[in-house]
Design a protein around this ligand. Structure first.
Ligand code: SF4
Length: 360
């Protein structure tokens, strides 16, 4: 057992399971019978972040951070809906701390005492124009998540790693225990959830195995993990230490497939990972593709167009199927709030944009 007592969650990772994962190679996994993706529109709600991860170009320091206005949110979402997206992907830094006075003053002017209160309004706007919200607001307390859970089809946060790494360091280091607690909170609240590991930020192979198994433990407890992203760190203006090589990505992706329960998708992001080299390592999802906005998390790495995804699926010899931001089993099993169910039902009458993507 390790992790996160300070944050109210303890995660069990068996040493024998770690050893098994450390012995895993791509030869131990099979290719998936299909690849899936979602059409999303990126909505970078704010670039303020309390942390300063050394590999991240998303956050802006106080005085430079942006905050989208309700009008801008509506405009981006409308363009996404018009282009056929199903998902409004709300990206954040992590809860802006007291240093971000301009952000807090602007929120107050708009009638909100926190970024989560504003997120709720943003999700309502997305639902209003016909998109399903999927918010990634970083670490969340139970109170914060409760405030927005019913207006999200699913939510997410990258675990990245269970290890304490220098890349998270500095005066405001984010802590793995807090991320695990956020995952556990999502489970307790019944929120379908996306998480992932970030490869190449100073973690060891043992750390990678433990991170995968920690997610497994939470999935076995709550059943809420819909997909796990296996993402390499990449060079950018703040990170010049390089990316993990292809062999590393092949091995860690296979580890994720072996270490996670079968129902959890393993996602590889084609704009960051060498996806064509990973097709035999157990990946079954290619994440989101946006016809409208840039990937604001990694702006230098443009989203591949849909044609690129089709080409990848063709190379794999499997069908490429569009999915919703919430995986189908959560719809069937009644996980969604009345608000999200109503959005799905309303869309039926308007032309089956959502339900047309469901298999059953
Ligand atoms: S990776 Fe996330 S938590 Fe870290 S600085 Fe960037 S936005 Fe903030």
């Amino acid at each position: 057992m390790f992790g996160a007592g300070e944050y109210g969650v303890e995660v069990t990772v068996e040493e024998a399971a770690v050893e098994r994962l450390l012995d895993t190679t791509p030869a131990d996994v099979s290719s998936a019978p299909e690849l899936t993706f979602a059409r999303n529109v990126f909505v970078p709600l704010t670039t303020a972040c309390r942390y300063t991860c050394t590999y991240c170009t998303y956050y802006d320091p106080p005085g430079q951070a942006s905050l989208l206005s309700p009008e801008e949110i509506r405009d981006i979402c409308q363009r996404g809906a018009d282009a056929g997206c199903t998902e409004a992907l709300f990206t954040f830094g992590d809860d802006p701390d007291d240093r971000y006075t301009a952000i807090h003053e602007q929120l107050a002017e708009w009638g909100h005492d926190s970024i989560h209160a504003y997120l709720r309004e943003a999700c309502e706007i997305a639902l209003d124009v016909g998109l399903l919200p999927h918010a990634n607001p970083g670490d969340q307390t139970r109170e914060q998540m409760e405030l927005v859970a019913d207006v999200n089809a699913s939510m997410g946060v990258m675990l990245e790693t269970t290890a304490e790494v220098q890349a998270h360091g500095g005066p405001r280091a984010k802590e793995p225990g807090q991320r695990l607690a956020t995952l556990a909170t999502a489970g307790e609240l019944g929120v379908p959830f996306t998480t992932g590991i970030l490869v190449g930020i100073g973690e060891s192979w043992q750390d990678r195995a433990e991170s995968i198994l920690a997610i497994r433990d939470l999935q076995e407890r709550y059943g809420h993990i819909q997909e796990v992203i296996v993402q390499p760190v990449v060079n950018n203006d703040r990170w010049q230490s390089g990316s993990p090589d292809v062999e590393t990505m092949r091995r860690v992706t296979a580890m994720a497939r072996v270490g996670l329960p079968e129902e959890v998708s393993v996602q590889s992001p084609p704009n960051l990972a060498p996806v064509r080299e990973l097709l035999d390592c157990g990946i079954d999802d290619l994440g989101g593709v946006s016809p409208v906005t840039d990937d604001h998390i990694n702006p230098e790495y443009a989203w591949p167009q849909l044609r690129e995804l089709e080409s990848i699926a063709e190379e794999a010899g499997v069908p490429l199927n569009e999915r919703l931001p919430v995986y189908e089993r959560y719809i069937e099993d009644g996980w969604l709030s009345e608000r999200i169910e109503a959005a799905l039902d309303a869309d039926d009458a308007a032309g089956e944009r959502y339900r047309a993507l469901l298999v059953d």
